[in-house]
Write a protein of this length. Structure first.
Length: 305
């Protein structure tokens, strides 16, 4: 098959593009290498991949030659209040609208990477997909807008779209703004780690290759219009993951505490019953195995630097 992966120089997109290539598919990546984090890291992620430098929010898009588009490009991160808001609108709303427009015109299926951030403080844990979304951050709001746009293009123009709500992906190449790379860097260097909140906030952490597998299965088998949670099996607090990383590294972390940040959820816990029933997908990587892989990957990168 011939697939497009948007955001292919990013954390999850680069793993997805690699996995599709390894499975024998033809893959064209699209990325505009935003400076949300160091674009040099994105250049490294994209090594060995065919990634075209296009900005989805303004460049011409033509998906007619392709069997599917994985739309992962976005401005990530829940710290999205204030001056940065226009970037979220551009990269998450305008870009998604243009991708859906081009995919509908080409008759090409889209798998859209949405987020557990759409739930905000959910009514229920574990959280099933029909829980009313109440995002806490502008980021979550733009992701939910993307979901609604996909639905509107489906109803108005027959777009074949599947929405995946990823829950906290982690693993090698994880975005440097996220907690684990900062914990790992502090453990490796002996520096301090700034923890926002009391550390009792918890997440359904999901190993990146499990996210990749769910995304490919969704492209191949999900019913059109499906909305599916993609969440790891284990819920863990930040304090628990810090202890786990201390044990894996054999070092202790110097933790500096700061107040919680607006937009951060207290808890995420995925109900994965629907994706298990529809696609037979289950997270396979334990948090310990995934964090060990990430720690070892970070050590390799460090030794090459
Ligand atoms: N990482 C997570 O835990 C997580 C959780 C939930 C949802 N998601 C979603 O998964 C997707 C991938 O996340 P990630 O963590 O790999 O982020 P990332 O920042 O590493 O990757 C996103 C990529 O998209 C590119 N991009 C942004 N705007 C673009 C545009 N207008 N045109 C072309 N390229 C553009 C960026 O340069 C970047 O390389 C995003 O849609 C994100 O919202 C991620």
């Amino acid at each position: 098959m011939r697939y497009v992966v948007t955001g292919a120089a990013g954390f999850i997109g680069s793993h997805l593009a690699e996995a599709l290539g390894a499975a024998g598919h033809e893959v064209v990546g699209i990325d505009c290498f935003t400076d949300y984090y160091d674009p040099a890291l994105k250049q490294q992620n994209a090594r060995g991949l065919d990634v075209r430098r296009l900005d989805l929010s303004e460049d011409e898009l033509d998906f007619t030659r392709f069997d599917g588009v994985f739309h992962l490009a976005a401005q990530p991160g829940v710290r999205s209040f204030g001056d940065v808001f226009p970037l979220y609108v551009r990269h998450n709303v305008l870009a998604a609208q243009r991708v859906f427009e081009a995919a509908a015109a080409a008759g090409t299926r889209v798998v859209f990477a949405s987020s557990s951030s759409v739930y905000g403080e959910a009514e229920r844990y574990p959280t099933p997909e029909d829980t009313p979304p109440r995002p806490l951050s502008p980021y979550g709001i733009t992701k939910l807008t993307g979901e609604h746009l996909a639905g509107a293009y489906a109803r108005g123009f027959g777009l074949d779209a599947v929405v995946l709500r990823y829950f906290n992906a982690y693993g090698p190449r994880q975005r440097p703004d996220m907690a684990f790379p900062r914990v790992i860097a502090a453990l490796a260097s002996g520096g301090a780690f700034t923890l926002f909140g009391d550390g009792e906030q918890s997440r359904s952490f999901t190993y990146v290759l499990d996210v990749v597998e769910a995304s490919i299965r969704a492209m191949e088998d999900a019913p059109s219009g499906a909305v599916l949670n993609v969440g790891g099996g284990e819920e863990a607090t930040m304090n628990e993951t810090i202890s786990l990383l201390e044990r894996i590294s054999g070092r202790s972390l110097d933790v500096r505490r700061e107040p919680a940040v607006a937009g951060d959820q207290r808890r995420t816990k995925a109900d994965t019953g629907r994706i298990r029933a529809q696609l037979g997908w289950e997270p396979r990587t334990s948090l310990e195995a995934g964090l060990r892989a990430q720690w070892e990957w970070a050590a390799t990168v460090e030794s090459r630097a």
